[in-house]
Design a protein around this ligand. Structure first.
Ligand SMILES: NC(=O)c1ccc[n+]([C@@H]2O[C@H](COP(=O)([O-])OP(=O)(O)OC[C@H]3O[C@@H](n4cnc5c(N)ncnc54)[C@H](OP(=O)(O)O)[C@@H]3O)[C@@H](O)[C@H]2O)c1
Length: 261
């Protein structure tokens, strides 16, 4: 029996990945901090889709958390066919004004955890392909933030730029090893993200946000591509950004994100 691991499955885009992957018939391993939410989702998915759903409660910012997740999966003998590196958060504010530890935690969750978990779980994904001739996949949840510097969200934008570069590189490395690697780059999406990042009053979120359902559908429909940008306006923005200088693009980002005051 093969499983898909989803980090940050207790809310938003991760929860939606769990629903749509369960609907495709995948067995799931859900990871996040809020146990009650994960347990409730696991029950709901089992009842509706008759898939096996395991729950691992971890704060992925804590030292050794990714190792504990990987060891738990190995100890249980759960074979993997997918990994969705989704857990992440942002914070609005000037770099020198936002709490330093919070920004280091962001780097840990949005970047280091993706490297750590991917490195530990890729052997199982490769094994599934070798033993069962069944392709497996990694989806890293990036952002349209990846494509330019982001004044007043500098560390968040930089974490997503890392994910874009990293994902493109391992897409090429792993494509002949039976693992499709994709980086999903959503724009504003209606989840708990804006609350956590204190972004509800920004022009970006006031202008409207895509549903997590549409974002995840776009990712799963296009999971063999290296980069998936859901939604026409997000695609248009990235395309226009390629035609204009970076000095303009970061000012456009600043306009949408605002001052954070
Ligand atoms: N929403 C947007 O506008 C948007 C746009 C572009 C990209 N994204 C990206 O999409 C991804 C998912 O965000 P979302 O919009 O779905 O936000 P969300 O609704 O706030 O969900 C975030 C998920 O991450 C989990 N998480 C946060 N800190 C964690 C930690 N320390 N350890 C383990 N899990 C943790 C949360 O679960 P617990 O709190 O239960 O731990 C939750 O399940 C993020 O990588 C984000 O950067 C979002």
């Amino acid at each position: 029996m093969n499983y898909v691991v989803i980090t940050g499955a207790s809310a938003g885009i991760g929860e939606e990945f769990a629903k749509q992957l369960a609907n495709e018939g995948h067995h799931l391993i859900l990871v996040a901090r809020r146990k009650e939410r994960l347990d409730a989702l696991a029950r709901q998915l089992f009842d509706k889709y008759q898939v096996k759903v395991e729950v691992i409660v971890e704060d992925l910012i804590e030292p050794g958390a990714c190792e504990r997740v990987a060891n738990h999966i190995a100890d249980k003998g759960w074979q993997l066919e997918g990994l969705v590196n989704n857990a992440g958060f942002g914070e609005l504010g000037m770099f020198d004004q936002v709490n330093l530890q919070r920004q280091l935690n962001m780097l840990q969750l949005n970047v280091a955890c993706v490297i750590d978990l991917s490195h530990r779980l890729i052997p199982s994904l490769k094994q599934t392909y070798l033993a069962q001739n069944k392709p497996s996949f990694i989806i890293n949840v990036g952002s349209t933030s990846a494509f330019q510097g982001g004044p007043n969200m500098s560390v968040y934008f930089a974490t997503k730029a890392f994910l874009l570069s990293f994902s493109e590189a391992i897409h090429e490395e792993l494509k002949d090893k039976g693992i499709d690697v994709c980086v999903l780059c959503p724009g504003a999406t209606a989840t708990e993200f804006a609350d956590v990042a204190a972004m509800n009053d920004t022009k970006l979120f006031k202008a409207g946000a895509m549903s997590a359902e549409d974002v995840v559908k776009s990712a799963l429909d296009n999971r063999k591509k290296a980069i998936v940008i859901p939604g026409f306006s997000n695609k248009l923005m990235i395309w226009a950004g390629k035609l204009s200088p970076r000095s303009i693009n970061r000012k456009v980002a600043h306009f949408w994100v605002g001052s954070g005051q």
